[in-house]
Design a protein around this ligand. Sequence first.
Ligand SMILES: *Cc1c(COP(=O)(O)O)cnc(C)c1O
Length: 233
Amino acid sequence: MYANRLAEALPRVRERVRQAAARVGRNEGGVRLVAVTKAHPLEAVYAALETGLRDLGENRVGELEEKVAALAGDHRPRWHMVGHLQSRKAPRVRELATMLHSLDSLKLGRRFERTTPEGAPPLPALVQVNTSGEDAKYGFSPDRFCDELPDLLDLRSLSVEGLMTMAPLTRDEERIRGTFRRLRELHEEARRRHPAYRGTELSMGMSNDFEIAVEEGSTLVRLGTVLFGERPE
Ligand SMILES: *Cc1c(COP(=O)(O)O)cnc(C)c1O
């Protein structure tokens, strides 16, 4: 079931990414798809891997652990942790994930710092910034982000490779666009102000808004529903 669905959905999604990129003179090669398999069974993971998708996303550590444990042999997806993390889960994420998209507090960063063994390679991480301004969302405040960034850059256990945001759930396209644009502006400001910040990634865009995100400079789109269908309960 998942294999068939994905075989239909993926070319369409790729074409939509290509067209969005072309509208702003970007190359589609600059946009990576992260296939978010959360809440879907292992079958979705295998379907993704068989179509050549290597970047997979989960938003809960427990589910990530289960999927990693169940994956047979040779499969080596790059797992992206995209959801809010309780600090105490930091060591597990360091072991299981290729990239953390949701570095949303200095407290979490410090927990990685305390629990990462001496000499271990840093975990690539994206700083989540709450550019939608919604209270319910995690992340650094856009107003303070640039002042707080140096503390994150000082951590040896994480390497900050870019920024991440989530748009509000709304039909208001200009609000969505503004949320993504603000992230890109903060990224550019950070690059000007802090030479130690060498981020190149902007993780933004989900099933409902990824074309707008690509137009605004996204390099990582996190897609679940549009690839795998509605999540089962
Ligand atoms: C679930 C989730 C996604 C994927 O959402 P869809 O709307 O199904 O594409 C992307 N990012 C994060 C952080 C998520 O939790």
